[in-house]
Design a protein around this ligand. Sequence first.
Ligand code: LRH
Ligand code: MN
Length: 426
Amino acid sequence: MQINKEEIRSGNENLREAHKAGFDFLANTLSGQGVDVNAIVQRLADFQVAIPSWALGAGGTRFGRFSYYGEPSSLEQKIQDVGVLHALTQTAGAISLHIPWDVPEDYKAIKEVAALNDIVFDAVNSNTFQDQKDAVHSYKYGSLSNVDKAVRDQAIAHNIEVVEIGKKLGSKSLTVWLADGSNFPGQSNFQTALRHTEDSLKQIYGVLPEDWKMFIEYKPYEPYFYSTVIQDWGTSFMLANACGEKAFTLVDLGHHLPNTNIEQIVSTLMMKGKLGGFHFNDSKYGDDDSTVGSVKPYALFLIFNELVYGMKNNPQNPYPAWMIDASHNVKDPLEDLIQSLEAIQEAYAKALLVDQDRLKAAQLENDVVQCQEILQNAYRTDVRPLLQRARLERDGALNPIQAYRSMGIRQKLVDERGRHSVASGL
Ligand code: LRH
Ligand code: MN
């Protein structure tokens, strides 16, 4: 399934005029406020988000999974689906693989498919939260933290193998999410588990190529429901510091207890130069992996406000890795991902409109009302014409969902792959 730019251009025809009117009005208003509109459009166009290879089919819960026909059943088809997203949105230029769900059979062929779709390989993800059928040792009682050295060694070897796979694909980072934990008080010794985990991560860190990064993802609970070894940002931050300068903390938005101030965590990690990147999604209760910006769009904006501030004032923090980590239980996975990409770009654009100098001045004055007015003025600005212009300049779709539907892409995928093709992943 390949989308040709001509189809997108013709789809944009009857939307151009309305776009131009909206863009010119907004650009006029913003330039009047001293905003460099072209610079913002450029930053939006350069902003690329990695799509998770495990979220291109229908997701599910323990209570059930409802297929979404025409799912990609091979890595090649997954890359083609990301190619569709990128052709329409021009902001999905990378895929993040999960091993062993997506082990390439033919590296040369897979890299050619990626190049054809203008897709690069972002972070590779290890998986020591499931037992593989040929595994010698089980991860039931943990992997990198397991009391049994043989199990830890097996998990370390897996992570090293994932780095080798990533090197062959041109990836430059490894994401380690450790499910390890316990279900009952007394079941595990916290200190022993943490010490084993630190030691294991250091062994993995030791094989990282010079220009690679290791992202340590934290999560408070699930699949274990009493304790999780890497439960919060502080534990991940501590482990990243223990490993070294190539190790960073990865913030999955759904991995926080209710009402956690995530934007403050982001600002602290950037100040300390240890913010590695994000798994964007949204949630109402737990790790719901819902569409980005679908439940708490203002919180997402506040996170991007800290990111914009940090990217300007914290040269000690590297450019973060932007990835989505979502699951689609009731929506077409590709439409859901298009909506997430739009919400991410929208939050970023609104944050770029915050007048940081005036905000700083108001903060120094303790003018609380003015501080909020400056933030909310940016948040209340409809920035969608800027996102459209960034797409248009790269031959993307002015309205990606409308284009996806009017081009009948899902039906074409079903015709090509059949109704019952199933994607590996969650
Ligand atoms: C854990 C997580 C992690 C992935 C998995 C698919 O909840 O967020 O990032 O490995 O989802
Ligand atoms: Mn995640």
